[in-house]
Design a protein around this ligand. Structure first.
Ligand SMILES: [Ca+2]
Ligand SMILES: [Ca+2]
Length: 350
């Protein structure tokens, strides 16, 4: 019963109420054995092995066990499945690890990735070099000794036709390292309708300016914006913060108001990382904005993305900038879509 409740609550709260989005993760509950592989729809490469673990599992009869007996690398890979270009997806599931050490880096690390693939069958690289791993959930260095929920929102690139999910472990230690996964889900994410409450963070005054300056701007909210000037400021992370605890655990829409001097380039101008610390993996979503995403030069425009706030920790929105054209950041607005109930919070973060 508890597992059924978990599944229902997860589907309702993280995937949106209106549509029961189809889970695209092949054999994501890890219940089926394969004919040519111990796990149906999954293969393994490298120095380790995969198996269905009927002893330690989160739900049902079994979980995926990816293991290394000693130092080396192992990669478990799902079968490929079709995706819709530009669609927003939620990758989520439950993870548990062994042999990673007590806390800090002990020579073992692991990650989960969604690899998007073009029609021609080529793996699609990240579109923004300043953010090297936009489709990856890095697992904590220390052992995850109880099952923990992880999630990552990610948008399929415009040229994506298929995707596959992988689990990777790298170990320099001559002992066993194990990563278990269960209830793995990759599904289209339909944001719920906004419930309304909003918080406004004026970038020039509420965030830390690392490589930008506060300027007066009559077009900007509160008359001020943070400006990164081409040829003056250093590219890379230009502002960060606000490390806010204003929001309760739940789902939010983040709106970034910005303008650029030159909107002719199809190259990304900036990226806003959502860092919801307190979650597994510290980067939960990323907004990429190209020059041509702006309808006009020197005119403010809103860009939106989705955010999930865990029960603990803060929201941060570091902005990375390419340096290709001057950028003004006016404000970041966080709007409530759904606040989790106490029961839901206990279910997600027991
Ligand atoms: Ca299972
Ligand atoms: Ca402002």
């Amino acid at each position: 019963m508890k597992i059924q409740l978990l599944t229902v609550v997860l589907a309702l709260s993280l995937a949106g109420v209106a549509s029961a989005a189809t889970n695209l993760a092949p054999n994501g509950n890890f219940e089926q054995a394969g004919t040519n592989s111990p796990v149906a729809s999954w293969t393994v490469a490298g120095d380790g092995a995969i198996a269905l673990d009927t002893g330690t599992k989160f739900a049902g009869k079994s979980a995926l066990k990816v293991s290394l007996e000693k130092a080396g690398t192992v990669r478990a890979e799902s079968a490929r499945f079709e995706v819709t270009p530009n669609a927003l997806y939620l990758l989520s599931g439950w993870v548990r690890t062994e042999g990673f050490g007590p806390g800090s880096y002990e020579g073992v690390d692991a990650s989960l990735s969604v690899q998007f693939i073009s029609k021609a069958g080529a793996g699609l690289p990240t579109t923004f070099p300043l953010i090297p791993y936009p489709y990856t959930v890095g697992l904590p260095y220390g052992d995850v000794t109880n099952w923990q929920l992880f999630y990552r929102l990610t948008t399929a690139p415009a040229d994506a036709a298929q995707a596959q999910i992988s689990v990777n472990i790298n170990s320099t230690k001559d002992h066993a390292s194990i990563c278990r996964l269960d209830n793995l889900t990759l599904a289209v994410y339909n944001p719920p309708k906004a419930e309304g409450q909003a918080w406004v963070y004026e970038v020039a005054t509420k965030m830390a300016l690392q490589s930008a300056e506060a300027v007066d701007d009559p077009d900007a909210g509160n008359g001020k914006a943070a400006k990164a000037t081409k040829g003056v400021h250093k590219k890379g992370c230009i502002v960060y913060g606000p490390y806010t605890k204003d929001q309760a655990a739940g789902q939010y829409r983040v709106t970034v108001r910005a303008k650029v001097e030159d909107n002719t380039s199809a190259e990304p101008v900036f990226a806003v990382r959502l860092v919801a610390d307190g979650s597994l993996g510290d980067m939960a979503n990323t907004l990429f904005v190209r020059g041509t995403d702006f309808k006009a030069a020197n005119k403010y425009q809103d860009f939106e993305f989705e955010a999930i706030k865990p029960a603990t920790g803060t929201f941060q929105f570091p902005v990375d900038w390419s340096g290709a054209t001057s950028l003004w950041l006016d404000r970041i607005t966080v709007t409530t879509e759904h606040v989790l109930t106490p029961l839901e919070i206990q279910t997600f973060w027991p």
